[in-house]
Design a protein around this ligand. Sequence first.
Ligand code: AMP
Ligand code: MG
Length: 426
Amino acid sequence: MADNGMISVEEARARILSFFRRLPAERKPLLQALGQVVAEDIIAPFDIPPLDNSGMDGYALHAADTVGATAESPVRLRVTANLAAGYVHTEPVGPGEAVRIMTGAPVPPGADAVVPFEETDEVLRGPGERPNAGDTVQIFKAAKPGANVRGRAGDISAGSTVIPAGRVIRPSEVGVLASIGAADVSVYRRPVVAVLSTGDEVTAPGEALLPGRIYDANSQAIAAMVLKAGGIPRVLGIAKDTVEDLTVKIRSGLDADMIVTSAGVSRGDFDVVKDVLAREGQIDFWTVRMRPGKPVAFGAFTAPDGRTVPHLGLPGNPVSSMVSFELFGRAALAIMLGRNDWERPTIRATVRQRVVNTDPRRFYGRCFVTRGEDGRWYADLTGPQGSNILTSMSAANGLTVIPETVEVVEAGGEIDVMMLDWEHAP
Ligand code: AMP
Ligand code: MG
């Protein structure tokens, strides 16, 4: 397990994730369910298309009538109707007859092919000049049986599973659901995540900044990460380092599905955070073999209604807290959402300058990855790597994953990079 009492990222993550279950399902209108996971198999109630229909604007006819037709010696057919999409023509098409038909309109009985306008004398007519029933049309090309007819159930058969439970709703799933007439869908609920900053020095953006104080970057950054991970952030504000204030603020978040706090979890910390967390619930304080973000706390509070509310205590430094949330919080949210695809894609990239791993912890260095002209990926550190330097996080699109056992990667060496802006590994 541990050296110097430290645990690996994997162990910390496994311990945290074992606490989480997916949330109950809820019914939501299609658009609002985007990004959520379908909670039940979706079964098609009918065929799509429900009837054989035309794939082109043209003439529905008997293919046999068109045998030998060319532009030089066209076949002339009698037009018996003009059929728009959305209307059903029940009268059979007889030999020597044709029905003018629009894309999507059901092919009338008797007809077994559609000849597009381009292969008829329709193209010779002026704009707006349509044939009336009783007029004739000349066919310039022979049609094979079935030509331009889209068969019933060609997309979906009644009774088949169009979307299996567990699938994430993307725009194409919204489309499929709408195509079978569904207005809403059962999906696992989005987790509500209470976000709380702690520290006497921490000031809400928008307020005046007193000497020695700093603005609260963490609440906003973590809330933004919650949103991106599919959760609903509830920003609780900032708790002073007093037992009273912290207790009140934590209790105000107990209706959430998870509470995320930042700061006050370091070893030998001055803050009262640890005491209050321990008093209000159970809490473990870990040092994780990673940089940035060594100290992490994980525990649970008990809500007034008896529910257990998991609590992730992030380090105070903004980059540490973001990287820790990236590794632990985002995965926890994914599980509550019913997703299992929370791992970010990792690529192999060449470093262009020497990278030093200053201590035996895994180095999640802020880097920017580009594709070189040789088609390979290249990674450059984005600047100073102090855990308080948020701008180098902002300049990054990835995090290096340099193992705890590697002290130096020379320029030109290859490393793994976890891509932060790519949502999920395939
Ligand atoms: P702590 O874990 O409380 O010792 O905090 C570590 C460092 O993170 C200190 O420099 C804090 O001032 C800073 N810090 C704590 N909370 C925040 C926050 N919400 N936003 C920005 N920096 C913070
Ligand atoms: Mg503090």
